[in-house]
Ligand binder design. Structure first.
Ligand SMILES: C[S@@+](CC[C@H](N)C(=O)[O-])C[C@H]1O[C@@H](n2cnc3c(N)ncnc32)[C@H](O)[C@@H]1O
Ligand SMILES: [Mg+2]
Length: 306
């Protein structure tokens, strides 16, 4: 058992993990066959083909709440509550309104089957959902079409950097649980920042690179409970909150709020007595603005900013 764990650790740890990365200039370009013109130098492809293939293989399970995306379904109420309260404060919207995001243009980058895009649309936002996997987008479109409140979501199989090239801008740019799957997190953050209007907000979440996340998100979720296909996550690709702050700030994202520690969520939602350190280091930024006074979401515990 110990030997198997060690082997698992080694495999997970040695998979390439690009980190704050002006030193990683060629990686995304190489993976994507990037031609290297001026635009693509600024906003290089975020595609990591191996990562994208993993999601293509399980695309038809997005809306199976007991399937491989069970963890995301379980996390959804908490992260939606965080996004709702944070963006309401930030954009001075009424948190008690049924549709508090009315008037906001939001893009959900790496939307998968739309399990976040749909609640955003129900809260009144004009939502664009994008994903690198065509099959995800088809599933998302079919699912959203069945409800008039979500049928207006515009889904498209594309990437953040492609939208940047098209000069698209959004009031809020949200990308949850995607950054650990892209070619280069720093470049990805730059694209997210470029998609955000001045004074807009960017929300990013990922799994903290802690010992607990290795034990829970990989050993337990992939190997013991078989929730996710083995190899879904590479521990070395996870970002610590400090690293996320660093690459966000380098991308001109002024980090104003972080929250995380979802260790109790699985206990509450699923009544299972183990803890999962699927933290949500979430950053909300505004470009070229004074910092606003933002309190931490009551839904998840605050993380102290480094
Ligand atoms: C773990 S899932 C998260 C889905 C969704 N954001 C959520 O939290 O419910 C990661 C998603 O990112 C997509 N993805 C991976 N790399 C991407 C990229 N470079 N650009 C856009 N989407 C990407 C995958 O296809 C997958 O749907
Ligand atoms: Mg993930």
């Amino acid at each position: 058992m110990a030997w198997r764990l060690l082997r698992l650790w080694k495999r997970s740890h040695t998979d390439a993990a690009p980190l704050p990365s002006s030193t990683q200039e060629t990686r995304a370009g190489t993976e994507s066959g990037d031609s290297g013109d001026a635009t693509s130098t600024s906003f290089r492809s975020s595609l990591n083909e191996a990562e994208v293939a993993k999601f293509a293989a399980i695309a038809d399970t997005w809306w199976d709440s007991q399937g491989p995306f069970q963890p995301l379904h379980l996390m959804n109420p908490t992260r939606i509550s965080f996004i709702r309260s944070t963006l309401c404060r930030y954009f001075r919207k009424d948190p008690f309104s049924a549709r508090p995001f009315e008037g906001l243009k939001i893009v959900d980058v790496g939307c998968g089957g739309g399990i976040l895009s749909e609640p955003l649309a129900r809260m009144g936002a004009t939502v664009t959902g994008i994903d690198a996997v065509e099959k995800n987008i088809k599933i998302a479109q079919i699912h959203a079409a069945s409800d008039p409140l979500t049928s207006s979501i515009e889904y498209s199989c594309t990437t953040a950097e492609e939208l940047v090239k098209e000069n698209k801008k959004f009031d809020a740019v949200i990308s949850l649980e995607v950054i650990e799957h892209v070619a280069d997190p720093s470049d990805f953050c730059k694209s997210l920042a470029a998609l955000t209007v001045p004074l807009g907000a960017t929300v990013i979440s990922t799994i903290n690179r802690s010992m607990r996340s290795y034990a829970t998100a990989i050993v337990v979720a992939e190997y013991l409970l078989n929730w996710l296909p083995k190899g879904t996550h590479q521990w070395s690709r996870f970002l610590t909150p400090e690293e996320l702050v660093l690459i966000s700030e380098r991308a001109s994202i002024s980090v104003q709020e972080m929250a995380g520690e979802m260790s109790e969520i699985f206990y509450i939602v699923d009544h299972r007595q183990f803890f999962l350190d699927l933290s949500i280091p979430a950053s909300v930024h505004c470009l070229n603005s004074n910092k606003r006074n933002m309190r931490n979401s009551p839904a998840i515990q605050p993380l102290s900013l480094p």
